[in-house]
Design a protein around this ligand. Structure first.
Ligand code: NAG
Ligand code: NAG
Ligand code: NAG
Ligand code: ZN
Length: 619
């Protein structure tokens, strides 16, 4: 017992971290990315902040300004390497949520050329003879590029809709003189709302303080005041942004989403139960104390999950749940799901892949991953990389590990009626998503996060454990639950990336340059197309520190010893304004009170030289 208390004490100390390691720096020391879409200093001929003045009449109703897919693109070599990496991230979001696709330019008449000019801006619609999309300083941000590409695809700002005065007040007397044209609105014979309601959450909406002359007087306020904190969000596309995009381009479905299931309907998304095993997964409705992951008890008598009871039955009893047949377009996929295991530590959840055996029938089985129960009985996220180029099914097999009747697990188990002690002991699965995207390289889950936010102060840092990149570099992130950055919405959490000394360091390349670190705070919405996960990225380079040492050099040479991991951590770089507390408390960022962070660290040297000459193909 004493040991247990001691361990608990240590855990508490770690999560209220004494700054072991306060070597933390801001990527944007001058706040360049605070509102990169305003482009106040740009000399480009811009209207509405970031729209390049079109040469002729340009109507989004006019079908001539619609693109055909895939859209050819060129990444100009004047772009920052980090911006190039972010363009690819934005492309992947379009492919995950719509039918918009992009391809490298090969002499087509029309294309988008990304260049680094003064600010972030774009033209609206396909100009049909090649056009510039500028990503200047501070525009190397997935959401900013999504916004600019929505302009290029034919969308204006939300607050320029014909009916905007019903939803927002524009305070022209608070606008910097000469900037009033940024608040133009357009008639409905010029732009179309695709028969959708005004969307305060659109990624195309201005922020309250856009083009303001008085730093405490907003220029845009919402008629429904709760939305003042929401307008101008830079997380990701809103539900409505996606709906409009898909309507404008007649998308029948997203390109890289193969399957997802929240198990809300009895049809369980076409999954089937194997008939050759001992038992079945049971489609189960939430009840107090035993909640699903989709709704997590937020609605009474709703929310379902799949459950396999392991509290009784023969040892090794199992149940297999198989997906319908899926047809991949790419070479690799990522299976993501939430699971919970509340039974014996020998209980297992096995993920199987069944592929076309070459004769057209899907029956060649392979085991791809096994999860075991542990003392943590809460919902956890899982990622399993899949690599299939031929049609396949994935299967989830729950296996009972313990001997009858649950004896031998712990000395006390025999004396305890397990089924009573652990309600519905067994294996639970919910919110499955299969996408043709890369699984995150590292996943960090921080539990009880709303409490952490409440008790933290600006000196609270929580360091992640070390993670390894595919190449072999060790890295980590530092989270500041309350970073000290504040605005009209309240506090922010900060997130910072650093290298860590690791087991491969002797053979790694130092300094580690041209690697992009991508940090994501996950929105746990069950529907992947509706998720508004927030992301930031930085790319390592040859920067030197004040003492002349290379910033991204071997951390055991340039870092600080962290006794909690017996490892050296390099300096951390990141963003004190990574995510608003206001946002964390809405949507599904803190489902289960878990904050889930994804981190990738990937070589993007292949993007150093990407520019190709504009050479129209002879027709
Ligand atoms: C700026 O706005 C605040 C709040 O509306 C107001 O109190 C203040 O007088 C304004 N300052 C100037 C210089 O107009
Ligand atoms: C979408 O479908 C409508 C109706 O069939 C058609 O008029 C329109 O041109 C299509 N739009 C695109 C971008 O293909
Ligand atoms: C989270 O909070 C609950 C309730 O206060 C507590 O039982 C649990 O141990 C905490 N979990 C962690 C990982 O701190
Ligand atoms: Zn814009």
């Amino acid at each position: 017992m004493k040991l247990l208390l001691l361990l608990l004490g240590l855990a508490a100390a770690a999560s209220h971290a004494i700054p072991v390691f306060p070597d933390v720096h801001e990527v944007y020391a001058n706040g360049e990315d605070e509102n990169p879409l305003m482009n106040l200093g740009s000399d480009a001929n811009l209207i509405e902040g970031d729209i390049l003045l079109p040469e002729g009449r340009n109507a989004l109703i006019d079908k001539r300004y619609r693109w055909t897919f895939p859209i050819p693109y060129i990444l100009g070599d004047d772009l920052d390497l980090n911006a190039k990496g972010c363009v690819h991230q934005a492309f992947e979001m379009y492919r995950l949520k719509s039918c918009v696709d992009f391809k490298p330019y090969e002499g087509e008449k029309t294309f988008i050329k990304f260049e680094k000019r003064g600010g972030c801006f774009s033209s609206v619609g396909d100009q049909q003879n090649g056009q510039i999309l500028s990503l200047g300083v501070g525009c190397d941000h997935k959401a900013v590029i999504e916004h600019e590409l929505l302009h290029a695809l034919g969308f204006y700002h939300e607050q320029s809709r014909t009916d905007r005065d019903d939803y927002v007040d524009i305070w022209l007397d608070q606008v910097i003189p000469g900037m009033e044209h940024n608040f133009n609105k357009y008639e409905d014979d010029f732009i179309t709302d695709q028969n959708t309601a005004y969307d305060y959450e659109s990624i195309m909406h201005y922020r309250p303080f856009s083009f303001n002359k008085n730093e405490s007087a907003p220029t845009v306020t919402t008629k429904i005041s709760v939305f003042n904190n929401i307008i101008g969000q830079y997380l990701d596309f809103s539900r409505m942004d996606i709906l409009r995009l898909n309507r404008m381009y007649n998308c029948s479905g997203p390109l890289t989403l193969l399957d997802q299931c929240a198990f809300e309907s009895d049809s369980v998304c076409g999954m089937i139960q194997s008939t050759t095993d001992d038992g079945d997964w049971v489609h189960t409705k939430s009840r107090p104390g035993v909640e699903d992951h989709t709704l997590l008890g937020r609605c009474r008598d709703a929310g379902h999950f799949m459950h396999f009871d392991t509290s009784s039955g023969p040892p090794q009893a199992s149940a297999l749940l198989e997906s319908r047949t899926l047809y991949p377009r790419r070479k690799s996929q990522c299976l993501q799901f939430f699971y919970k295991m509340t039974g014996d530590p020998q209980d297992r959840l096995v993920v199987w892949l069944k592929v076309d055996d070459g004769t057209g029938s899907v029956r060649k089985m392979s085991k791809i991953h096994t999860f075991y129960a542990d003392s943590d009985h809460s919902w956890k996220i899982a990622h399993v990389p899949v690599a299939s180029t031929v049609k396949f099914r994935y299967s989830l097999q729950a296996v009972r590990g313990g001997a009858t009747p649950m004896a031998g697990a712990t000395p006390m188990a025999g004396a305890m009626p397990m089924a009573g002690a652990t309600p519905m002991a067994g294996v639970y699965v919910d919110d499955v998503t299969l996408t043709e995207t890369q699984c995150p390289g590292a996943v960090w889950r921080i539990q009880n996060f709303s409490r952490v936010m409440e008790t933290a102060d600006a000196n609270t840092y929580i360091n992640s454990p070390p993670f390894y990149s595919a190449e072999g570099y060790a890295f980590g992130v530092s989270l500041r639950p309350r970073s000290g950055y504040r605005d009209y919405t309240g506090d922010y959490a900060g997130l910072y990336f650093h290298l860590i000394s690791g087991e491969n360091d002797a053979v790694m390349d130092w300094p580690a340059v041209n690697r992009q670190a991508r940090l994501v705070v996950m929105d746990q919405d069950p529907d992947v197309t509706m998720r508004m996960s927030t992301a930031r990225s930085l790319t390592t380079d040859l920067t030197t520190m004040a003492d002349g040492r290379l910033l991204w050099d071997d951390p055991s040479k340039v870092g600080t010893l962290d006794p909690s991991c017996s490892c050296y951590r390099g300096a951390s770089w990141g963003w004190s304004n990574f995510v608003k507390h206001f946002d964390l408390r809405r949507r599904s960022y803190l489902k289960n009170d878990d904050l889930i962070v994804f981190v990738d660290f990937e070589d993007i040297t292949s993007l150093v030289k990407t520019e190709v000459p504009i050479q129209p193909r002879p027709v």
